[in-house]
Write a protein that binds this ligand. Structure first.
Ligand SMILES: NC(=O)c1ccc[n+]([C@@H]2O[C@H](COP(=O)([O-])OP(=O)(O)OC[C@H]3O[C@@H](n4cnc5c(N)ncnc54)[C@H](OP(=O)(O)O)[C@@H]3O)[C@@H](O)[C@H]2O)c1
Length: 208
């Protein structure tokens, strides 16, 4: 948020999150969208930075023996279905002309082409589903709003609660501020030609 507020060009920057907006509750997403619609100003940029990898109950699976339906359903609810509902209610609010971007934070481990290590079944599969949802929504968005952009972004490894248990030496771990600045630079460089794509924090395309 701080990084976004420092950038010129936005009349207002609004943070939405729990408890008002719970990504697994369509009701709360509808209410947030209604609030924004009521404001009357078109949205120039929507960033979805929600995600789930582990909590007190569940950690990423190391083997198929650890696959648990409740864990997997939660990963899909937060990482794929929730962002799909954001697309449903927020894509129609994007500005019809000029800059209009919807960006959701995916993860490189959601790439099927890049999967050499295995494991992390629920996280990988739910992020792969997210990537497909982004691509699918971008096609529909392009039909109604030619200049608008819908993308999946990989933020790189960032020092947050999500990554903390898994950070290995030799990996570049960014501060959240650095990662946010890099992602905003990538977003600033996006045009309609990039809609439906999957890009990392340095602007490089990631394999599906
Ligand atoms: N950190 C990394 O190294 C890394 C690497 C690759 C991809 N990513 C992706 O980047 C994104 C952000 O990750 P992070 O590292 O910032 O993780 P994090 O510190 O665990 O933050 C996750 C965010 O998601 C929100 N969230 C979770 N469930 C929610 C729900 N039901 N409704 C509304 N908000 C919900 C959390 O809100 P609360 O504050 O309310 O809990 C929190 O703001 C995720 O999509 C993650 O998969 C991160």
């Amino acid at each position: 948020m701080a990084e976004l507020r420092q950038r010129a060009g936005y009349q207002a920057v609004l943070a939405l999150g729990r408890p008002a907006l719970d990504i697994v509750s369509e009701e709360s997403i509808t209410a947030a969208a209604l609030l924004l619609r009521g404001d009357g100003r078109p949205l120039r940029l929507v960033i979805d930075a929600t995600g789930f990898l582990h909590d007190q109950r569940f950690g990423p699976e190391r083997t198929w023996r650890q696959i648990d339906p409740v864990h997997m359903a939660h990963a899909f609810a937060v990482n794929a279905i929730g962002p799909a509902l954001l697309m449903k209610h927020f894509l129609p609010l994007l500005a019809g002309e000029g800059a209009a971007v919807f960006a959701t934070l995916s993860a490189r481990v959601g790439s099927i082409g890049d999967n050499r290590l295995g494991g992390w079944y629920s996280y990988r599969a739910s992020k792969a589903a997210l990537n497909q949802l982004v691509r699918t929504a971008s096609v529909e968005l392009g039909r109604v709003n030619k200049g608008a952009v819908c993308v999946a972004l990989h933020p790189g490894t960032v020092a947050t609660a999500l990554s903390a248990p898994f950070v290995r030496s030799g990996l570049e771990v960014q501060t959240p501020e650095l990662a946010a600045g890099r992602l905003l630079d990538v977003i600033a460089g996006l045009g309609a030609a990039q809609s439906g794509g999957f890009f990392d924090h340095l602007g490089k395309e990631v394999a599906w």
